[in-house]
Design a protein around this ligand. Structure first.
Ligand code: NAD
Ligand code: FE2
Length: 390
């Protein structure tokens, strides 16, 4: 079977990537809309970017209103600013939220209407040039053809996927991630780990996506605990930034599966950070997946060095599952209960969450494909796990 592999037109990685990017950005247009959040402004990350834009004489307008995971109203507002300020290209700087918002604003600016109507829509018209600058080592949005926006009318996290959402230029400078606090570092790092595991075990995986997925899993196992406990380790931060990029490339081509499918409804309804809800789900979902993906999980055990000679493939798969659950324990992932999710609301919403998970299409890529009843049972198991840990 043939497979098409998508990546951004250009990717610049390493320290001073922003400076280097200016030789490309100067050709993108006359005025950029910079989409970001207030933290990027107060941390000085925005200034690092605008100093460089000033130096090449490129104008810009700033929209720093993405102060939570993005909603449809934030995108509508951003489109108004883009059009009202005469911008002709866009830069997203921040975590996945500002980068996804920037891509969604570009999509609507070119294709019209409201982002609420974009679920499953093919983007007919090309987007203006887009630049992604991640400051978390997490979503990989810098190099994915995906944007995730919550429709707050329906409480659904819409998964928009279209090749036109791929950035023209991704600029990955790991220095930006040095200021991420431990909670953000872990949640975003586990998001990247989940992308890589899901891409590798997806029914849509193929040899080229596997290379990126395995490389990302290996780097994350080596470095995530270090960046959690010693955030100023530049080398470990750099490895994580590369891993997140690789994991993004892997899943953008091979798709995510059950964890992401089940995680988005939790995020939409209970406002738990995306990476955190992935981390919470990882254990129960890996145990569910195992019988359908023994060979793949055993392959990952070999990659991270927990496979021992003489083990059967199933023992190898078990070794990977327990290495992952052990790692998550050391990262002190908060449970649903610790995130103050009310029990009655959670149980009442299980049928809706299961339906929304399936409707996103992601669970269908899982090698052991779940039914609605099985997803509902997994949500219950997730709750029970939190009770046991209390
Ligand atoms: N497009 C994709 O391919 C893709 C993939 C996975 C997830 N997502 C989406 O991305 C969003 C989550 O993105 P995220 O996990 O990067 O979080 P985020 O962008 O929401 O940021 C989380 C918090 O970290 C802060 N932060 C970011 N960088 C920082 C830094 N360097 N120093 C200090 N603080 C920093 C932000 O200000 C914010 O308060 C979700 O909506 C999720 O669904 C998109
Ligand atoms: Fe994700």
């Amino acid at each position: 079977m043939a497979n098409l592999f998508f990546v951004p037109q250009n990717i610049i990685t390493g320290e001073n990537a922003v400076q280097m990017s200016m030789q490309y950005i100067r050709g993108f247009g006359k005025k950029a809309l910079i989409v970001t959040d207030d933290a990027m402004v107060s941390l000085g990350n925005m200034k690092k970017l605008t100093d460089e834009l000033d130096a090449i004489g490129t104008k810009y307008a700033v929209y720093s209103g993405i102060n939570s995971e993005p909603t449809h109203s934030m995108i509508d507002a951003g489109v108004g600013i883009y059009q009202g300020t005469g911008c002709d290209f866009l830069i997203g700087i921040g975590g996945g939220s500002p980068m996804d918002s920037m891509k969604a604003i570009a999509a609507v600016a070119a294709n019209g209407g409201s982002i609420k109507e974009y679920t499953g829509k093919k983007l007919e018209k090309p987007l203006p040039p887009t630049v992604t600058i991640p400051t978390t080592a997490g979503t990989g949005s810098e190099a994915t053809k995906v944007s995730i926006i919550t429709n707050t009318d329906t409480n659904v996290k819409m998964l928009l996927s279209d090749p036109r959402l791929m950035a023209a230029l991704a600029v990955v400078d790991p220095v930006f991630t040095l200021t991420a606090p431990p909670g953000v570092t872990v949640a975003t790092g586990v998001d990247a780990l989940t992308h890589a595991i899901e891409a590798y075990t997806s029914r849509k995986a193929f040899p080229l996506s596997d290379i990126f997925a395995v490389s990302a899993v290996t780097k994350i196992f080596k470095n995530i605990y270090e960046v959690y406990t010693n955030g100023s380790n530049r080398e470990a931060r750099s490895e994580m930034a590369t891993a997140a990029l690789e994991a993004g490339i892997a899943f953008s081509n091979a798709s995510v599966t059950i964890v992401h499918g089940m995680s988005r409804p939790i995020g939409a309804l209970f406002h738990i950070a995306h990476g955190l809800s992935n981390a919470q789900l990882q254990g129960v979902c890996l145990k569910y997946l195992k019988s359908g993906a023994i060979e793949q999980l055993c392959g990952l055990a070999k990659a991270i060095g927990v496979y021992r000679s003489g083990m059967t493939a199933e023992e190898g798969a078990d070794a990977f599952v327990s290495a992952t659950t052990g790692l998550l324990q050391r990262l002190n992932i908060k449970t649903l209960q610790e995130c103050k999710v009310p029990e009655s609301d959670f149980f009442q919403n299980i049928p809706k969450m299961a339906e929304d998970a399936l409707a996103s299409g992601s669970p269908g890529n899982t090698r052991r494909t779940p039914s609605k009843e099985e997803i509902m049972a997994l949500y219950k198991e997730l709750w029970e796990e939190g009770v046991k840990k209390a």
